[in-house]
Design a protein around this ligand. Structure first.
Ligand code: SAM
Length: 288
């Protein structure tokens, strides 16, 4: 079964079980052993590590992960894949498959019960239709994982990894980088999937920070200010902040922006995460 990533082996097993790929569940299975290795190497699994996998499909990535991790728990929404996984993972004793929707599952409770305080790393070839909601769940709910190494749509990965004053930099970049450091592991062409998706992919690595990189007085306000700052891409910060849902007049927007030590003529997309923090702290004090 270690040849599971070969296109013919994947094809044979799905045919054997009469499995029909579901586009709406983002079922594009990986059929390339080089990419598989890049993901597993990128996950940097060390002795004693546990892995949580989202969407094991037919178990291609799961098998490789189970060779390096102490324990692997894989969450698969599609009940039609469960009998296949039972066959492809029959010899892997450290793997548990859970037939659930990752967006509805109590992940914190699962980690507590199943991994008993060991270090947990998330590794997945994610379904594209819910990439951002899945990742944001882990980050916003403070789910205790060390890192997240996932294959996702290339454009989304570039946005998550983007730096200020680049075309990909936006509220998603700031949201992700508030919780993690990011790095690109590999770019992956669409040809390595069965069936082929319409877009190319990227494997991104997110290392969760113990503390945010900047000090914010109010997290909700920080994200509201970030959203407002990116609301009109070619407008100045003054314009964005004064015409946003924050309800701040132009005069007051000028005061809070300069109070944060920022030139009001700059555009939101040039601000670093530290500048967003300074600005949101000023706005918070002003609105208090
Ligand atoms: N890991 C396999 C691979 O690399 O070949 C399959 C990856 S495929 C891109 C995404 C997988 O996620 C599918 O098996 C799909 O059924 C599953 N999936 C989709 N939505 C899900 C959800 N909400 N919760 C758990 N699994 C989900």
């Amino acid at each position: 079964m270690d040849r599971l990533s070969m296109p013919k082996v994947t094809k044979d097993i799905v045919q054997k079980y009469g499995f029909k790929f579901s586009k709406s569940l983002g079922q594009n299975f990986l059929v390339d052993s080089n990419v598989l290795l890049k993901i597993v190497d990128g996950a940097q699994i060390e002795e004693g590590d546990c892995v949580l996998e989202v969407g094991p499909g037919i178990g291609t990535l799961t098998r490789e992960l189970s060779k390096r991790a102490d324990k692997v728990i894989a969450i698969e929404i599609d009940k039609n894949l469960i009998p296949i996984l039972r066959e492809t993972l029959s010899d892997r004793e450290n793997v548990e498959i859970i037939n659930e929707d990752i967006l509805k599952l109590d992940i914190k409770k699962l980690i507590e019960e199943k991994f008993e305080g060991k270090r947990v790393k998330v590794v997945a070839n994610l379904p594209y239709y819910i990439t951002t909601p899945i990742i944001m769940r882990f980050l916003e709910e403070n789910i205790p994982v060390k890192s997240i190494v996932v294959m996702i749509q290339k454009e989304v990965a570039l946005r998550m990894n983007a730096q200020p004053s680049t075309k990909d930099y936006g509220s998603l970049s700031v949201a992700i980088q508030f919780y993690c450091t990011t790095s690109i592991v590999a770019n992956v062409p669409k040809t390595v999937f069965m069936p082929q998706p319409n877009v190319d992919s990227t494997v991104i690595r997110l290392d969760l920070l113990d503390e945010p990189p900047c000090s914010v007085k109010d997290r909700d306000m920080f994200f509201r200010v970030v959203k407002a700052s990116f609301s009109k891409r070619r407008k100045t910060l003054l314009n964005c902040i004064s015409s946003s849902e924050l309800g701040i007049s132009k005069d007051d927007a000028f005061k809070v922006i300069s109070g944060a030590g920022i030139d009001e003529k700059r555009r939101g997309e040039t601000l670093t995460i530290h500048e967003f923090a300074a600005l949101s702290n000023e706005v918070y004090d002003f609105l208090e």
